[in-house]
Design a protein around this ligand. Structure first.
Ligand SMILES: O=P(O)(O)O[C@H]1O[C@H](CO)[C@@H](O)[C@H]1O
Ligand SMILES: [Mn+2]
Ligand SMILES: [Mn+2]
Length: 403
């Protein structure tokens, strides 16, 4: 059996990005941001006690080399993550000019982003008159609400009631190259929101906006508004073949779990399973039993990022890490001879950092099933090159295999 499993822990960065000072949160550079280390510090100091307690416990990830990778990336020890690694371990830096999910995943899949993304201005209206007119025409409305940088939970609290009264879509962005539309599932309609996002996506993709994201929510002004799991991302298409295509070209099946289908617009993907992170873990577990020889299973666990990183919830992020660690600890022993599993991340989202946006960081590269040792400080594209080499697929990207 020769199978590959690529598991992205969304936003689980480990600091030390060489270009961190060129990326910002609320006008402050990301220099010094370190998602894992700052969570571990908060846990060690008793500042992450909601729904959990004490030092950060990640025995399985640390045994693979998480603490060692974080030390290598940032030069700092991480409280509680001090085990000698038994896996193949290292860290990786991104070169794309974006610290978002598509940039990180494309690069992990062998394709650094070959253009500058369109980012919207933080001051004044985020969207110009032509874009607003295009969205209004597609929505059949006279105006939009929002038109600014915002946290998604804050903006529905602010505009949710006016949205329900007026029927105007709430449009907002972030430090990422995204155009997000929030609308009420019942009063605006979920299908109408999804169609609106799909309709405006080509216009935004032509502008080199990476993603249009549908952000449906439910609730009332009196009881508050809650986002639902019916989020959909309409991403720009990767402009060249990526790891998924290379694997298919070699005759292997490609199974996507979670956001991977959206991120790659289903390019090179045979099957897709979606759901909450708990459901995704079940799908990953099932894939250990069912994935074919020569296949790639590519999973993204997004809740670290969406539920805890952007919300700057340190306890929640620590709980999510501890849950993930326990679950992956049940899966790792079930890998078969010839299987390789790479655990990595796409960017940081330090919950102790100012603002609500991602943070530019290096990521861990933890490899199970390929022996023990250090692979050093690598590039994101090396992940794609390595898994292609493992599966005997022809890698077309610039990466160097560590396998
Ligand atoms: O605050 P919310 O709506 O969760 O938005 C976040 O989600 C977007 C996509 O991951 C990011 O760009 C960030 O803006
Ligand atoms: Mn991400
Ligand atoms: Mn995010």
């Amino acid at each position: 059996m020769t199978r590959a499993f690529l598991v992205v822990m969304d936003s689980v960065g480990i600091g030390g990005a060489p270009d961190a000072s060129a990326f910002f949160n609320k006008d402050l550079p990301d220099l010094g941001a370190n998602t894992v280390a700052h969570i571990a510090q908060a846990c060690a100091e008793g500042r992450a006690e909601e729904g959990r307690s004490g030092p950060l416990r990640l025995p399985n990830l640390d045994a693979l080399g998480l603490g060692a990778a974080a030390r290598l990336a940032s030069g700092q020890p991480v409280p509680g993550l001090t085990r000698p690694p038994s896996g193949l371990w290292g860290c990786a830096a991104e070169v794309s000019a974006g610290k978002d999910t598509p940039s990180g995943h494309w690069e992990l899949a062998g394709l650094p982003v070959p253009w500058d993304w369109c980012f919207f201005p933080e001051e004044g209206p985020a969207f110009d008159a032509d874009l607003v007119a295009h969205v209004c025409a597609a929505a059949g409305t006279a105006a939009i609400l929002g038109n600014c940088h915002a946290s998604g939970t804050a903006i529905i609290a602010e505009h949710g009631a006016a949205h329900m009264q007026s029927g105007l879509p709430i449009c907002y962005t972030s430090a990422d190259s995204v155009f997000q539309i929030a609308a009420h599932e019942e009063s605006f309609g979920l299908d109408r929101l999804l169609k609106l996002c799909e309709d405006v996506a080509p216009y935004l993709h032509d502008m080199k906006v990476g993603r249009v994201i549908a952000r449906p929510f439910v609730g009332t002004a009196e009881e508050g508004f809650t986002r639902t799991t019916n989020r959909r991302d309409y991403a720009i298409k990767p402009p060249a073949p990526i790891l998924t295509d290379w694997v298919q070209a070699a005759g292997g099946k490609v199974h996507a779990i979670g956001k991977i289908g959206d991120i790659f617009t289903m390019q090179g993907i045979d099957t897709l399973k979606k759901g909450s992170d708990a459901e995704l873990m079940k799908h990953l577990s099932d894939a250990i039993d069912t994935a074919e020889d020569g296949s790639l299973t590519f999973a993204n666990f997004v809740e670290f990022d969406s539920l805890y990183g952007h919300r700057r919830d340190i306890s929640g992020y620590a709980r999510a890490l501890e849950w993930f660690d326990a679950e992956i600890g049940k899966i790792l022993p079930r890998l078969r001879t010839g299987d390789v599993m790479v655990l990595t991340a796409d960017h940081g989202n330090d919950p102790s950092w100012p603002g609500t946006d991602h943070t530019r960081e290096q990521v861990p590269v933890l490899v199970a099933g390929a022996g023990q040792g250090a692979i050093g400080a690598r590039a994101f594209v090396d992940v794609a090159a390595s898994l292609a080499a493992h599966l005997g697929a022809d890698a077309q990207g610039p990466g160097q295999s560590f396998l």
